[in-house]
Design a protein around this ligand. Structure first.
Ligand code: FMN
Length: 337
């Protein structure tokens, strides 16, 4: 039975989110079509893929797609990355002009440089610069500003609790902590003790992130950290319905009703069409390949279908092969999904 001490409310500024389970920003994955899908399945919030704070680069096709915001899904959260306070402030203002209702600052990216400049989690080494960036962005916009970061620089410098205090004092509205340090990249297991320490140090909402792929794991992290929300990244790839599953269990439903075969088929066909329309056929087909590969992990007898569908070059072939797979008697979603 689900215990009552689980957080059921995640509030960021004026926004009370419908679920404490939120989708992680993932560059190249959480584009507008995928975010819409996760929202439909009950994600409490989604955030755009990281966009550079250098607005002179916003004319590129990549940035244009990243800044194509889902304006009907409140709150509209946009993530920016950069290292110069004034540039970050200007980028935040420009995002708000485009409809952003929450600005999320990325200090979690393990890449040494984002757009040739020190950014992401590399900034964690320079705490005064962190403070300057956060203060500049908070002062620049009237919407809540949130921060996503890691537990620290390396295992000897897990300074997230200190960064969290800087963030709270700078007016940051909520914090997400990925339970790895920068040097870990994505290796090893996430740890949550540092996140628990962050939660104790600040009174703003804290969201835990890293390796959360089931309700049981969510419970474990919750018990350890007492955080206000949980962020799901890679576990949503290929199964955006994970949010429905987590929400059902949170509401105390011990049994989640798995999706019907037809529902999965319609969802996948819809997702493909959205990708083809959003990026145009050539790029859309390419982007769709990785989603199809992830979907196949949750489908039965899908090996042959996967091998074919990731090799075709046209939107119509991707759609036809997918429809054909679901027409088969032995095709469909795996029971555990
Ligand atoms: C492909 C990929 C792209 C990512 N892009 C971003 C990003 O743009 N901004 C960000 O803050 N984190 C990014 N991340 C990190 C995730 O938001 C998240 O912190 C990380 O995957 C750990 O969560 P998980 O174990 O639930 O996946 C990315 C992760 C992956 C796998």
């Amino acid at each position: 039975m689900i215990t009552a001490d689980l957080p059921k409310r995640l509030v960021i500024g004026p926004y009370e989110l419908p679920s404490p389970f939120v989708l992680a920003p993932m560059a190249g994955v959480t584009d507008k079509p995928f975010r819409a899908l996760c929202r439909r399945f009950g994600a409490g919030m989604t955030t755009s893929e990281m966009t550079t704070a250098d607005t002179s680069l916003w004319q590129s096709a990549k940035s244009r797609h990243r800044l194509d915001l889902d304006l009907d899904a409140e709150p509209v959260a946009v993530q920016i990355a950069g290292s110069e306070p004034l540039q970050m402030a200007a980028a935040a203002r420009a995002c708000v002009e485009r409809g952003a209702q929450i600005i999320d600052i990325n200090m979690g990216c393990p890449a040494k440089k984002v757009c040739r400049k020190l950014a992401g989690s590399a900034l964690l080494k320079d705490e005064s610069l962190v403070g300057a960036i956060l203060e500049a962005v908070v002062a620049a916009v009237d919407v809540p500003v949130t921060l996503k970061t890691r537990t620290g620089w390396d295992h000897e410098h897990r300074n997230a609790p200190h960064i969290a205090r800087i963030a709270e004092n700078s007016g940051i509205a909520a914090l997400t902590i990925h339970g790895r340090t920068r040097v870990d990249k994505y290796r090893g297991d996430a740890e949550y003790e540092t996140i628990a320490e962050v939660k104790q140090r600040v009174s703003i909402p804290v969201i835990a992130n890293g390796d959360i792929a089931s309700f049981e794991k969510s419970l474990e992290v919750w018990k350890l950290t007492q955080v206000d929300g949980l962020m799901i990244g890679r576990a949503a790839q290929g199964q955006p319905w994970i949010f429905e599953k987590l929400n059902a269990k949170l509401q105390g439903q011990s049994l989640f009703t798995p999706l019907e075969k037809n529902d999965v088929r319609d969802m996948m066909l819809g997702h493909l069409s959205e990708l083809h329309g959003f990026y145009g056929e050539s790029t859309g087909v390419r982007v769709a390949r990785k989603h199809l590969t992830w979907y196949c992990e949750y489908l039965v007898n899908a090996e042959q279908y996967r091998n074919r569908v990731v090799r075709v070059d046209s939107a119509s072939e991707q759609l036809a092969l997918t429809a054909e797979y679901f027409d088969r008697d032995d095709g469909g979603i795996a029971k555990a999904a």
